[in-house]
Design a protein around this ligand. Structure first.
Ligand code: ZN
Length: 217
């Protein structure tokens, strides 16, 4: 448990991504095997383990490069929240987790869904109830990371006019979101120091991150 842990999913052409995104591509610029090796990478900002800036959903709000470093570093609590396909994570469940967050903490929710990242079943993910998102805001949490493609309802369950309430509640209250967190199980139940290494794409809505944590309790 000692030392730094990597909560980042590997990034390659086989990762899961929403059906309406173009696929990620990795193309050798000079030809494979020729030195120096140089690769052209084409990705969507919301692929892999990534940070959602408020501007992803909220007009005239913070972009990735508006987020101060203090929001990308600091203390977090890591929870193992067991959940099954399409299950809502409730306030009651979050209230039962230890340790509880202090104002200004980040929260990392590990459901175990990370292990499906290369599988179609990744789509049938648990999600945050709207009340659970509101509870996290009321606790003063400033960032919520989950090993899920979205904190909102799985796409196939969204009724017409569904407006992504978990995204709106969190980002609308300046609570950042990390999606597709990797394996955080080693630090579940611990208070940690967190580093959210977001690529500073100027003025954009999201960015891939390297998510690192080490226990401090
Ligand atoms: Zn996103």
């Amino acid at each position: 448990m000692a030392g730094w842990h990597d909560f980042t999913q590997k990034f390659d052409a086989n990762i899961f991504y929403p059906a309406h995104f173009p696929p990620p591509s990795f193309e050798s610029v000079d030809g494979a095997g020729v030195k120096p090796e140089v690769t052209k990478v084409s990705i969507v900002t919301h692929m892999g383990t990534h940070l959602d800036a408020p501007s992803h959903f909220i007009s005239d709000s913070k972009t990735i490069t508006d987020i101060p470093l203090e929001r990308l570093t600091g203390e977090a609590v890591v929870w193992h929240v067991p959940a099954v396909a399409d299950e809502a994570i409730t306030v009651e469940t979050l209230e039962s987790m230890q340790p509880q967050p202090r104002a200004g903490d980040a929260v990392i929710i590990h459901t175990g869904w990370h292990s499906r990242f290369y599988d179609e079943s990744y789509r049938e993910h648990p999600y945050l109830s709207t009340e659970a998102a509101e509870w996290l805001v009321a606790k003063g949490v400033h960032l919520v990371g989950m090993d899920l493609m979205s904190p909102d309802l799985p796409g196939r369950l969204r009724p017409p006019g569904y407006d992504m309430p978990a995204h709106h509640v969190l980002l609308g209250n300046d609570v950042l979101i990390i999606e597709n967190v990797g394996d955080a199980s080693a630090l579940a139940g611990h208070r940690v120091e967190l580093i959210v290494g977001a690529i500073p794409f100027t003025g954009l809505d999201g960015a891939p991150i390297r998510l690192l944590a080490r226990a401090i309790d």
